[in-house]
Design a protein around this ligand. Structure first.
Ligand SMILES: Cc1cc2nc3c(=O)[nH]c(=O)nc-3n(C[C@H](O)[C@H](O)[C@H](O)COP(=O)(O)OP(=O)(O)OC[C@H]3O[C@@H](n4cnc5c(N)ncnc54)[C@H](O)[C@@H]3O)c2cc1C
Length: 413
């Protein structure tokens, strides 16, 4: 008897989700073609973590998923396949040791993102996956609500299943051209509004440009609206020529962009000195007034955070001796330091956004297989879906896990 014909699966996109989808589909017995529009594979993966690639982190599965917000439950079946121990063991088995030098973020011990990409490409090669670069998929071929193939340039490629792993709209230079949304829409899948996320924000306060380049290791900030106040981010803050960037800000940017659809400016509250409670700061000022005599306020405040920022907060009071600090000025200083509100009027463009907030609506997708409920044989994985993680290895883990889930399901159908 002739051997059963293998299912042919087309994977669109060679980011982490596409690599994992192609791998798991081939491992489960399918014949796989991976199509990538850019001249080389995994360009965003190579740029991740500044080339070091923060693959994952130490959070337990549910806590990990919950950081993604309202859609976290949808992620659980895929994460159960490839998260935590499964993920670490997979990489170790394939000679990529992941280490957590800061106790939380996992990076490859050697060879950074390039080592990760090479490992996946080597696995695809050994499983016989056909990888084709400079191959843009422009259309899905769907008959009677069933996927039959894709159009790629002049060619029509038939397929028993297609897995869309096209990523988002950010960093167009690395392949983030948003083409996957058009393909999903063609299959009848709605897309949520899309916003640039994980990027810097711009503010109206002109004085921040005087601090451009200044970085503070530890600040707290939150969007000061009723629904967002409890979501406090803590970490590094960088002043830019028109606003702020770095870890404390990156995870708020997508939400800021969304709010800016309905508000002219978004209030962003920054605590520049979270290590000191408000009462403790008031007490410190009292102490300075009583016992620091002729020492200037600038000299004292510059001991707490960068001198440039201290100068701006103090203004004409910079040279005032501590003993002559008025209580109203002290009160204002405490407010400026502990609860400084900025009017955010924009976020950086798609060119600088590391991820896309929003994506293919999840309602029409089976979370256990990541298959479309509208078009049989069409699967989704990675950032293309309406799932956006924070900084810290969340997005790449989701891309790998969802790719593994979709690839396995597509091959086993
Ligand atoms: C600078 C930078 C640093 C980052 N650092 C980290 C980090 O350290 N840790 C982390 O977790 N996340 C990080 N991210 C986010 C992370 O890289 C992405 O979330 C992740 O790559 C998404 O994977 P994906 O496979 O869904 O999409 P992508 O990696 O974007 O891959 C999609 C691929 O599909 C291709 N494609 C799209 N449409 C078509 C089409 N029609 N035909 C053919 N090919 C197509 C694209 O060219 C692209 O190669 C970073 C992002 C950036 C930009």
């Amino acid at each position: 008897m002739a051997p059963a014909k293998k299912r042919h699966i087309v994977v669109v996109g060679s980011g982490p989700s596409g690599l994992a989808a192609a791998y798991s589909a081939a491992l489960n017995g399918a014949e796989v073609t991976l199509l990538e529009q850019m001249p080389s594979c995994g360009m965003k993966l190579l740029a991740s973590g500044g080339g070091k690639c923060n693959v994952t982190n130490t959070l337990e599965i549910e806590e990990f998923a919950r950081t993604f917000g309202r859609n976290w439950r949808f992620m659980m079946p895929a994460l159960e396949m490839f998260h935590g121990r499964e993920l670490l063991e997979f990489f170790e088995l394939h000679q990529v040791k992941l280490v957590k030098s800061d106790g939380f973020h996992y990076f490859p011990e050697r060879n950074g993102a390039r080592g990760i990409l090479n490992m996946w490409l080597e696995q695809l090669r050994s499983l016989g996956v056909k990888v084709s670069v400079s191959s843009q998929v422009t259309e899905l071929i769907i008959n009677d609500s069933k996927i039959c193939g894709v159009k790629c340039g002049e060619h029509t490629i038939s397929a028993d299943a297609v897995i869309l792993c096209c990523g988002g709209k950010s960093y167009p230079a690395l392949g983030g051209l948003g083409r996957g949304y058009k393909l999903a829409e063609q299959a009848g899948h709605p897309i949520t509004p899309l916003y640039p996320a994980m990027t810097g924000v711009k503010c109206q306060e002109e004085w921040v440009k005087e601090c451009a380049g200044l970085s503070l290791d530890d600040v707290c900030c939150f969007i000061d609206t009723k629904s967002d106040r409890r979501n406090v981010e803590r970490g590094e803050l960088l002043f830019t020529h028109n606003g702020f960037s770095a870890f404390a800000i990156l995870d708020l940017a997508g939400r800021v962009a969304e709010l800016l659809d309905t508000m002219p400016t978004v209030p962003l509250c920054i605590d520049f000195l979270p290590q000191l409670e408000t009462d403790a700061l008031c007490a410190l000022f009292d102490k300075w007034r009583q016992s620091s005599g002729k020492k200037s306020m600038l000299c004292l405040l510059a001991g707490l955070f960068p001198r440039r920022l201290a100068e701006i907060f103090l203004g004409s009071e910079s040279s005032t001796p501590a003993s002559r600090l008025k209580s109203a000025t002290a009160e204002q200083l405490v407010k400026d330091i502990k609860r400084h509100t900025f009017n955010i009027c924009g976020v950086e463009s798609w060119d600088k956004a590391m991820v896309t907030k929003g994506g293919v609506v999840l309602r029409e997708i089976d979370s256990h297989t990541l298959e479309s409920r509208k078009t049989a044989g069409l699967f989704f994985a990675g950032e293309l879906l309406d799932i956006t993680g924070k900084c810290g290895g969340f997005n790449i883990t989701w891309a790998f896990a969802s790719g593994m889930c979709a690839g396995t399901a597509a091959a086993s159908k």
